[in-house]
Write a protein that binds this ligand. Structure first.
Ligand code: BGC
Length: 934
């Protein structure tokens, strides 16, 4: 056996140059509108000197670029702080509201050489310690409250405008705006910013966000005109499956939070003499309807271009035919009975000011990519179907030349029926139909809806009189604009595609919150899905700010007993309980996952009282710690005829959250709490052994997920017992496998940890065989059948039964082609196959532990022989690659960023030349390393 380890710093340079980059405040770069009084600043170090690390830093913060032009700042100068930490919580003077905040950082390396100052960063504070006080306005809403459950009610969005005259020169104009509904802000004839679906979905009775806009550069002299368009959105429009199951006021599924959308704008002006003025929404604003005659998030948008208002947000526009706005409260009280599974009580649907107004804390939803149509096909019925080649969520841009009054109807689908028809059955009650009525411009007209979103790959257009070219329809990919942060490829294109599909599914579902699916009448922040996927999501993208927002929504909708809900926000009840095992546990698992990925303890520190309350409520429900039927019994949802009892799943998840709570308590030095959760975990383990572990090491219940969960959740700790349980699991899988079947039966909960526990118990080859398989059910089966996103069900489509499932009923029930839970396998692909994981939270110490399958692992195709991956960690990019060369040597390369170290675990000799070679572990310093193992 030969073991050769050669550390070659490929990019070694003699220069010690290093710089400070990747600066973020509260996990965003140069955010506009932060209301945190003590934000967290972080940075990275860039430089190619091997071993580069930080020994000290200095951060300066000021109110102007000049104030920090030297080596200090007028708000804060940390001085030189001896520390390797590349983040710090603000500790200067009180941060001013509505201000530009400038900051920069320099660092010292371990030889005490100093870097240049970073580029100056600039962010904008929102209102710190106070809320906007602008009055909320609405149109005078005389429309009777909608009471017909069967009939769609789709009111037109409203256009608001107001010209603002000033007599002095404005040097700064910052606007805060929000809506009950969704809105777009305009100024002087142009849309402000590029955000969609502002201000996001919250429980508006508890909290709403406002967005911050710097209007300074869009101002024109002494008169400026503000405008806004406001649609129903989640506040008043159709939400989730309310219409389908008959929930909401009068069982209509709409008006979940209120009757009439409302608008709030507060413009803070600073004049050149330093004086300030605030302009707000009030009844002097004018309001009318425009070309959109319908605009609903689920149902779609309808636009009559003949009714366009022209330059409606410019100075001097004739608004004499517009009505005056009114104070939102003047639409009066509207009390109606709200009906869902859990309530039937009278509620107020008139205006209620959200008790908490906060600055939107995350990257907003934006259009992040445009996809041209790849083909257009004529159907016999005169309709045309455009194909983007990729399942996405978002909108389209329509470019058309038509007669005035020509009506185009646009429908969306994720897949086609075998005969080429658009498949829309899986949209359920989401109409997802846009309508465009042409104005007849001979030069052509262009339209993009604004207040709706669809999940689709195919676009069906009817109403055309001649064959269009593909350029008529462009797909606009929309999602919360979290910076993407990873890549994965390997020698098996199917596995590479699985990774891409998971990332596309995240893009399709990260719409203000982690939704379950982007197409049907659901699109809710299901907590089970989110907890399963959080760690994968954090590999794929920088989701810290995104989860900072959602964790608040999760806490807002906790039940009075202290249970986290099954989805957040929680607009209407579900058929089961409000909470549920593994779903509610998201309140613990998501903060834990995001802490691991980012190193920021705020994700649990800020929620600790609620997390603790939840754990106590969970314990109260199960004082003996045996596992009980805890809330809704979804359990191992969508398993393949291999269910696991709810009580058993609960036992496992209780153990998992105890383990994570103990770790998070310890990280805060809450030793008694850490001990308490460790004690609970011990009792859960004891009860597991007493009630579920058999003498031969097998587990009762016998489902695959029963094994997977016991192994993953920390119930089985003894190495030998784990191996035995792993062997039983492998046997179970093999016994169910056959020429066309992988044997996999796990559902939502069992699938994510399946490959990790197989790997961990000595069954790596089986794990690799499964990820490479094209048999049913598997990720590769989806890819083989044309998937470009992850399916909700293993059998969302089967070669034998199409979309219908064996009983032919699946479409009507639910069958999404963009559901990320099964995509959580990417966590294993990154952490285990490529071998990039945080050894310490936030990757200040990295674990590089790649795994190498034997050559025969896959019996369907060539076993994976190389992998390349990277992840942009909080310290910078970590890249790795490994390959089996022609002589069966292992060639491994890794680049680790400055200010980190990595523990590398590799076999002592080629894994393809000897069986189970011993592992060696090596500490790697920043730089690039190439290692050959023969
Ligand atoms: C959602 C799931 C969710 C589940 C709860 C479904 O309708 O789409 O992803 O977790 O309900 O069982």
């Amino acid at each position: 056996m030969i073991f050769r380890l050669a550390l070659i710093p490929i990019l070694a340079t003699s220069l010690n140059a290093f710089t400070v980059t990747g600066l973020q405040v509260e996990h965003q770069s140069n955010p506009v509108g932060l209301d945190d009084s003590h934000p967290r600043f972080q940075w990275q170090i860039a430089g190619e000197t091997p071993g580069l690390s930080q020994s000290a830093y200095q951060i300066v913060v000021g109110t102007s670029a000049e104030s920090i032009s030297g080596d200090s700042g007028d708000l804060w100068d940390s001085g030189k702080v001896a520390s390797s930490a590349s983040h710090v919580t603000y500790a200067g003077k009180d941060l001013p509201s509505t201000a530009y905040i400038f900051w920069k950082v320099r660092t010292w390396n371990t030889s005490d050489e100093v870097s240049p100052w970073s580029e100056t960063q600039k962010y904008i504070t929102a209102l710190i310690g106070s809320d906007p006080t602008a009055p909320w306005i609405s149109f005078k809403d005389d429309i009777p409250f909608h009471k017909e459950a069967k009939k769609l009610h789709l009111p037109a969005p409203r256009y608001y405008r107001k010209s603002v005259k000033t007599d002095r020169k404005i040097t700064k104009a910052i606007a805060y705006a929000s809506a009950l509904g969704i809105y777009e802000l305009h100024l002087n004839g142009k849309r402000v910013g590029d955000t969609y679906f502002a201000p996001g979905w919250t429980n508006y009775h508890k909290r709403a966000y406002y967005n911050t806009y710097d209007l300074t550069s869009q101002l024109q002299g002494n008169t400026n005109t503000l405008g806004a368009i406001v649609a129903d959105g989640w506040y008043a429009g159709y939400v989730a499956y309310g219409k389908l199951v008959g929930y909401g006021p009068y069982k209509t599924g709409r008006n979940t939070y209120g009757k009439t959308p409302a608008l709030m704008v507060q413009l803070e002006l600073t004049y050149d003499d330093g004086s300030k003025e605030t302009v707000t929404t009030d009844p002097t604003w004018k309001v009318t309807t425009g070309p959109e005659y319908e605009a609903d998030f689920l149902m779609g948008e309808s636009y009559d271009a003949r009714k366009e208002l022209g330059a409606w947000s410019t100075n001097g526009y004739d608004d004499s035919a517009w009505q005056s706005a009114i104070l939102a409260k003047d639409n009066g009280s509207h009390k109606h009975v709200f009906i869902d599974r859990f309530s039937k009580e009278e509620k107020e649907f008139g205006f209620v000011k959200p008790p908490v107004l906060q600055a939107y804390p995350a990257q907003p939803v934006r259009i992040t990519e445009e996809l041209p149509s790849k083909s257009v096909t004529k159907r016999e019925d005169g309709k045309y179907i455009f194909d983007l080649g990729q399942n996405i969520a978002g909108l389209i841009r329509l470019k058309v030349t038509g007669e005035s009054g020509q009506k185009l109807t646009i429908r969306y689908g994720e897949v086609l029926h075998p005969d080429g028809r658009l498949m829309t059955e899986n949209l359920r009650q989401a109409r997802s139909t846009d309508t465009y009525i042409c104005k007849g411009d001979p030069k052509g007209e262009t339209w993009t809806p604004r207040f709706t979103s669809h999940g689709f790959r195919y676009i069906e257009v009817s109403g055309l009189t001649e064959k269009p070219s593909t350029s008529m329809v462009t797909g606009l990919v929309m999602h919360s604009d979290t910076p993407f942060s990873s890549g994965f490829e390997c020698s098996d294109p199917s596995v590479t595609q699985v990774y891409k599909n998971a990332v596309w599914t995240q893009r399709g579902n990260w719409i203000d919150l982690p939704t379950d699916c982007p197409q049907r009448d659901e699109r809710m922040g299901w907590t089970g899905d989110a907890q399963i996927y959080a760690a994968s999501a954090a590999y794929h993208a920088d989701v810290a700010a995104f989860f900072k927002k959602w964790l608040r929504e999760l806490e807002d909708d906790m039940t009075p007993e202290g249970y986290y809900p099954s989805y957040a926000p929680y607009p209407v009840g579900h058929g089961g309980a409000i909470h549920g095992t593994a779903w509610s546990d998201a309140g613990i698992i998501v903060p834990h996952s995001i802490w691991k990925a980012t190193g920021n303890p705020d994700f649990f520190v800020n929620h600790w009282p609620a997390m603790t309350q939840y754990m106590e409520a969970r314990k109260k429900h199960d004082p003996e710690l045996q596992g009980t039927a805890f809330g809704a019994p979804w359990g191992d949802w969508l398993n393949v005829n291999d269910p696991t009892p709810h009580e058993y799943v609960d036992l496992c998840y209780f153990a998992l959250v105890c383990k994570q709570m103990a770790a998070m308590a310890e990280a805060q030095s809450l030793n008694n709490e850490a001990q308490k959760y460790t004690d609970w975990l011990e009792t859960l383990r004891k009860n597991f052994r007493a009630n579920h572990l058999q003498a031969d090491g097998s587990i009762k219940p016998t489902s695959q997920s029963a094994y997977v969960l016991a192994l993953d959740c920390g119930l089985l700790t003894d190495e030998q017992e784990r191996k035995t349980a792993g062997a039983h699991l492998a046997k179970h899988l093999q016994s169910k496998s056959g020429p066309t079947n992988t044997g996999m039966t796990t559902g939502f909960l069992g699938t994510k940890p399946l490959l990790p526990v197989l790997t961990d118990t000595g069954n790596l080859d089986l794990a690799v065989k499964l990820i490479q398989s094209r048999k049913f059910p598997s990720w590769g089966y989806e890819v083989k059948n044309g998937a470009t996103t992850i399916w909700e069900r293993w059998n969302s489509y089967t070669e034998e039964h199409g979309f219908g499932g064996a009983d032919g009923k699946m479409n009507a029930a639910m069958n999404s082609f963009s559901h990320y839970a099964f995509g959580a396998v990417t966590e294993w692909m990154m952490s285990t196959l490529a071998g990039i994981a945080p050894a310490e939270p936030g990757y200040s110490k990295i674990l590089l532990h790649p795994h190498f399958p034997s050559k025969e692992a896959s019996d369907e195709t060539d076993t994976i022989s190389w992998v390349k991956a990277y992840h942009d960690s909080p310290h910078g990019r970590i890249s790795v690659s490994w390959k089996r060369d022609g002589n069966d040597a292992l060639v491994y390369e890794a680049t680790i960023p400055p200010n980190t170290t990595a523990e590398l675990i590799l076999p002592e000799s080629s894994p393809w030349k000897s069986e189970n070679p011993a592992r060696v572990s090596e500490t790697l310093l920043p730089g690039t390393h190439r290692i050959v193992v023969k």
